[in-house]
Ligand binder design. Sequence first.
Ligand SMILES: NC(=O)c1ccc[n+]([C@@H]2O[C@H](COP(=O)([O-])OP(=O)(O)OC[C@H]3O[C@@H](n4cnc5c(N)ncnc54)[C@H](OP(=O)(O)O)[C@@H]3O)[C@@H](O)[C@H]2O)c1
Length: 268
Amino acid sequence: MPKISFLGAGRMASAMVEGLIARNVCTPAELCCNDGGDGTAAALAARTGVRAAGNLGDLVAQADTLVLACKPQQLAGLDPSLARLASGKLVLSILAGTRLARLAQVFPEARNIVRAMPNTPGQIGAGITAWSPLRAPGESDRATIGAILGALGQQLETPEAQLDAVTGLSGSGPAYVFEFAAALRDAGEAAGLSRETAWQLARETLLGSARLLARTGQEPEVLRDQVTSPNGTTFAGLQRMKARDFRGVMRETVLAATARSEELSRGA
Ligand SMILES: NC(=O)c1ccc[n+]([C@@H]2O[C@H](COP(=O)([O-])OP(=O)(O)OC[C@H]3O[C@@H](n4cnc5c(N)ncnc54)[C@H](OP(=O)(O)O)[C@@H]3O)[C@@H](O)[C@H]2O)c1
């Protein structure tokens, strides 16, 4: 693998660095990071053996690829010398809502720029990331992109025009699932279970059902129908979800998040 530098050493950068090392894609010596001054780079370096760079020149000089992993609002405050330092390099940004056109203004001489939208399960290597390149990447850059984002879980290429919808679905999606888990727990309590028992049942039901979906590869409707006998208990529950238009609520949820992502990207 070419050398990779991470601008930012927080949760997502740590997940990528740790994933790259754990999967034997990179050695710690091939990776470098820095931070905004709160010590996250030194902490990541101490945990993994990667190098914490003293300054931007030191961060970028040896690297073929620069991963932007600071907060989106920190982009504008980065040292302008970064544009020259990143000349000829592959720049991969995970900054939410920051469009390729904006990144191209900041890195006008980059070899190529990729905008990626990961999600929080990436922190344990179980995420899914959609990414869009400024220009079609060559074979070796495609392999680098796949390796870096693969450290967070699955990855897929998508046109940039779809990244707001990706944000509305998989970017914000873990929060919908957490909210569903909490609702299931609260509902179990309402049905007479202790909070602790309701939480254990809700959490394991979600986890087990997600594993079953992944392992069988079946459509969710098929698995749903397999546990739904006519006029049985599941049928009674599903009838209520239908009456309260659960699918309509989910549709509105994803569309609202997509619209907000569009709004935020326009401002970025
Ligand atoms: N978390 C997610 O699931 C998720 C999902 C999708 C997209 N993202 C995107 O991923 C990015 C990182 O998120 P995160 O959760 O990893 O954030 P985080 O844990 O807050 O990490 C941000 C990192 O950026 C560093 N930083 C701040 N200013 C800097 C500067 N001027 N130069 C270099 N580094 C600087 C911070 O260093 P110090 O704090 O040490 O100063 C910290 O290491 C964000 O842009 C977010 O939009 C995250």
